[in-house]
Design a protein around this ligand. Structure first.
Ligand code: A3P
Length: 314
């Protein structure tokens, strides 16, 4: 029951390594090799114990700031395309995080809840910490990753904006950069997170689709078709003739979503994050406006070293 869970959770976190967390009031805890905020940690542990995936589920996985919001909107649109079109889709009035919830934030407490009846959930949990039922049920996993320099810059701005909105002093860029390089960032080390899913995708290519933000930006229509096929909702030739994939891409584009009232809103859902903070620039290569060349070189070097021999480059 809930009290017992609470008690054993408190006991368990008291044994974990802690670090100061990017200016947040609460420390990060290192759980199964990754740094987590206590609010997420509880959900992760709860999901590990209580979440039951169905074989028909699709789980969207990512480390924060790699395109999660975009992936959610695309997969939601693919799954609901026969119920809604671009004038009726709930994406017009709801944040993508409302239509595809995070497993560790919602489902941990409501394991049978299925938002709008669609079989899709998202998580930032690293592959090695996924609830066993996700692996055993044979459900499909989609992972999105992004260039670490852009991900870091996105994370830095995200954290900075949230803390400032709470009148809390955020770390400066250099400080945040050091922590990121050390692997101390939310759900980090960044590279270990990516590598976990990358290796699993090589072992189980039919179960795990490994995507990159940059490639998806290049040809989103192609990836909508791939995604639809992979999650078992392929686009028919008739749908392709009607340009359904193109319409989905347009609906979910940064330009479109970021201009909707709901996504410009300063509304806060549950936690501390205003809707609009999920939409910043949506650009590939924005790190050039923020990092010095020394910083960029250092991150590239770490990435090169960490990924060497894996067959993955970022
Ligand atoms: P930037 O901060 O570089 O602009 P996540 O959704 O995982 O939190 O990632 C957030 C990043 O994705 C932010 O990057 C955000 O602007 C970008 N993003 C949000 N919606 C997007 C969309 N529809 N298409 C492309 N990028 C999007």
């Amino acid at each position: 029951n809930e009290d017992e869970f609470e008690k054993s959770f408190k006991q368990m976190i008291s044994t974990l390594p802690k670090r100061k967390s990017w200016g947040n009031r609460e420390d990060y805890f290192q759980y199964q090799g990754f740094w987590l905020h206590p609010a997420f940690l509880k959900g992760v542990v709860s999901a590990q114990q209580r979440f039951h995936a169905q074989p028909t589920d699709t789980i969207l996985c990512s480390i924060p700031k790699t395109g999660t919001t975009w992936l959610k909107s695309l997969v939601f649109s693919i799954l609901t395309r026969t119920s809604f079109d671009d004038s009726t889709t709930p994406l017009l009035s709801k944040l993508p995080h409302e239509v595809v919830p995070f497993m560790e934030l919602y489902h941990a407490n409501f394991p049978t809840y299925r938002d709008m009846g669609i079989p899709v959930l998202a998580t930032h949990v690293p592959y090695s910490s996924l609830p066993t039922s996700i692996i055993d049920s044979g459900c499909r996993i989609v992972y999105i990753c992004r260039n670490p320099k852009d991900s870091f810059v996105s994370l830095y701005h995200f954290n900075d904006t949230i803390l400032k909105s709470q009148n809390v002093q955020p770390p400066d860029l250099d400080e945040a950069f050091e922590l990121f390089c050390e692997g101390v960032s939310v759900y980090g080390p960044y590279w270990d997170h990516v590598l976990g899913y990358w290796k699993a995708s090589l072992e189980h290519p039919n179960k795990i689709l490994f995507l990159r933000y940059e490639e998806m930006r290049e040809d989103t229509v192609l990836y909508v078709k791939k995604l639809a096929e992979f999650i078992g909702y392929p686009l028919s030739s008739e749908e392709q003739q009607r340009e359904v994939p193109e319409k989905i891409v347009k609906m979910c584009s940064f330009e479109n979503l970021s201009n909707l009232e709901v996504n410009k809103s300063e509304k806060v859902r549950g936690g501390v994050i205003q809707n609009k903070i999920y939409f910043r620039k949506g650009k590939v290569g924005d790190w050039k406006n923020c990092l010095t060349s020394e910083m960029a070189e250092r991150l590239d070097q770490i990435t090169h070293q960490k990924l060497s021999g894996s067959g993955l480059s970022l």
